[in-house]
Ligand binder design. Structure first.
Ligand code: GTP
Ligand code: MG
Length: 373
């Protein structure tokens, strides 16, 4: 297969040739693939571009893309598109140019793909991987905590390292997410990339890496901007997930049911003259009926009940669940609240009881009535 390694550079003159030489030596042992190297240099003032241009004379497998500086994400995307469309690479890889990513580990990434992974991610936070020992305590904590916020915040905790840029993946997966990637111009690109691939159920495997400080030159990262972008990404992805979640739909349906119940109670009592108890019973019955149907066609639509018999049975089950929730959980919470702490807090117990009722209903609906098959 054709493998293309994308290496973004900005002022990496002292590092880039050491990296290329070491990398080429490392992959010379890999027989079954061919390799090319795409250096994406943003017209580095230190002359990185000229250094590469001279190197290219003897190395026809090295390609140089020069452009204006628009951030790491934009540079990576340019390189990836070039490798995919112009070089027809089957596997795309990326690593930093500053020798923080040991090129000698690169064959392990290829092995992971050869063994069936769709993507191999270099990981500092798994056994065998590490962050530099010489980092101060603050920097270590910052690195670990920052990474954990992303890892758990996005909810794919089985991948341990989200912020690094030492990776390899199948071109087919890159092509599926390519259009979405242009919004991430900076370092957050790495996080967004991994997240979007995981959302496609890609098989991601981790390669332990020992991250070292850059050999020469200065870091280009702007920490405060980076932190802002990362938090914004995690926050907006979480809220997008919540807005389309079945839990939110369940709450909307429940809110609508409450309105049905209240309106029927008022109309039947005030205009028809029925007693409040009976009017509420009618209202609640109708609300539960509406809740069942709306949950069936909207909240859990991908698990909609199929036959009329199933419909009737589930509807009965739904009535019992609802009654159980209101009588035992909601009213029970009020009862015990008053028994232990006195009458004054009754409304608080009602609120707590209602929250517990919602949890009970949601869990029962999603795990029993509309359970996944
Ligand atoms: N083309 C291009 N490359 C960039 C840009 N920003 C960073 N890079 C490269 O991306 C890689 C990672 O950047 P670094 O500055 O090393 O960031 P870092 O590894 O998070 O930070 P350090 O730990 O301090 O090295 C390096 O190869 C940089 O040269 C950019 O705007 N354009
Ligand atoms: Mg670096």
């Amino acid at each position: 297969m054709r493998i293309s390694v994308i290496i973004p550079t900005y002022n990496e003159r002292e590092n880039i040739l050491v990296l290329l030489d070491t990398l080429k030596r490392a992959v010379s042992k890999v027989q079954q693939h061919t390799f090319s190297y795409v250096i994406v240099d943003d017209n580095s003032p230190d002359g990185t571009g000229a250094t590469i241009a001279a190197y290219q004379k003897k190395h026809k497998d090295v390609f140089l893309l020069s452009g204006k500086k628009e951030g790491l994400g934009k540079a990576l995307l340019r390189g990836l598109v070039y490798a995919a469309t112009k070089l027809h690479a089957d596997i795309l890889a990326q690593m930093d140019a500053d020798l923080s990513h040991d090129p000698r580990s690169f064959p392990q990434f290829i092995e992971a793909i050869d063994s069936g992974a769709d993507m191999a991610v270099g990981s500092r936070y798994i056994p065998g991987g590490s962050i530099p020992e010489n980092w101060g305590t603050h920097r270590k904590i910052f690195s670990i905590v920052g990474n954990s916020i992303v890892r758990f915040g996005l909810g794919y905790s089985h991948v341990h390292d989200w912020t690094g840029g030492y990776r390899a993946y199948k071109k087919s997966f890159f092509e599926k997410i390519q259009d979405e990637l242009s919004s991430y111009s900076g370092y957050v690109f790495q996080i967004a990339f991994l997240h979007k691939i995981l959302k496609l159920h890609a098989n991601v495997s981790e390669v332990p890496i020992q991250f070292t400080d850059r050999r020469y030159g200065k870091s280009k990262i702007a920490p405060s901007e980076y932190i802002r972008n990362v938090l914004y990404y995690v926050g907006s992805e979480r809220s997008k997930a919540f807005m389309t979640s079945s839990f939110l739909k369940f709450l909307v349906v429940g809110g609508f049911g409450f309105v049905v119940n209240a309106v029927v109670l008022k109309v039947f009592h005030e205009s028809v003259g029925v007693s409040p108890i009976l009017a509420n019973l009618i209202g609640a019955t109708l609300a539960i009926f509406s809740n069942f149907n709306l949950n069936n066609i909207w909240t859990f639509k991908e698990r909609k009940v199929k036959s009329p018999v199933e419909y009737v049975l589930k509807l009965i089950q739904f009535y019992f669940t609802s009654a159980f929730g209101v009588i035992l959980i909601q009213t029970g919470t009020i009862y015990f609240g008053i028994a232990f702490f006195g009458k004054e807090g009754y409304f608080l117990y009602f609120l707590i009881g209602t929250a517990l009722l919602l949890v009970w209903n949601y869990v029962f609906y999603s795990l029993v009535i509309w359970k996944k098959h």
